[in-house]
Design a protein around this ligand. Structure first.
Ligand code: HEC
Length: 76
């Protein structure tokens, strides 16, 4: 767990959002492409206030990052 949290900023700095797939879109995990883009946007804002892994990730995302993410993941 600690290792994952350490890795997150590094991965985000790399600006490669495929790292989202290390936890999403597997067989049982939350599939980002099954979610609506508007819902992903809303959830990423809400998750910023959560003290868990996804919370830390959401907090580190800028508005621009979220825009990029919405180009890659989610459906209309
Ligand atoms: C280390 C694993 C991990 C990584 C990497 C990760 N997520 Fe998550 N994500 C989770 C977990 C666990 C949850 C459920 C969190 C919760 O509900 O508290 C979640 C929840 C979400 C949700 C809300 C889904 C819902 O149904 O409400 C969205 C949207 C999301 N992640 C997007 C992303 C995006 C975009 C990225 C890449 C920038 C990403 N995640 C990277 C683990 C991860």
């Amino acid at each position: 767990m600690k290792k994952i949290i350490f890795l997150i900023p590094v991965l985000i700095l790399a600006k490669n959002y495929t790292f989202c797939l290390s936890c999403h879109n597997g067989r049982k995990e939350i599939n980002l492409n099954s979610l609506k883009k508007s819902y992903i946007k809303k959830r990423l804002k809400e998750l910023k206030h959560q003290k868990n892994t996804m919370g830390y990730i959401a907090k580190s995302l800028s508005k621009k990052d979220i825009k990029e993410i919405l180009k890659i993941y989610g459906r209309d």
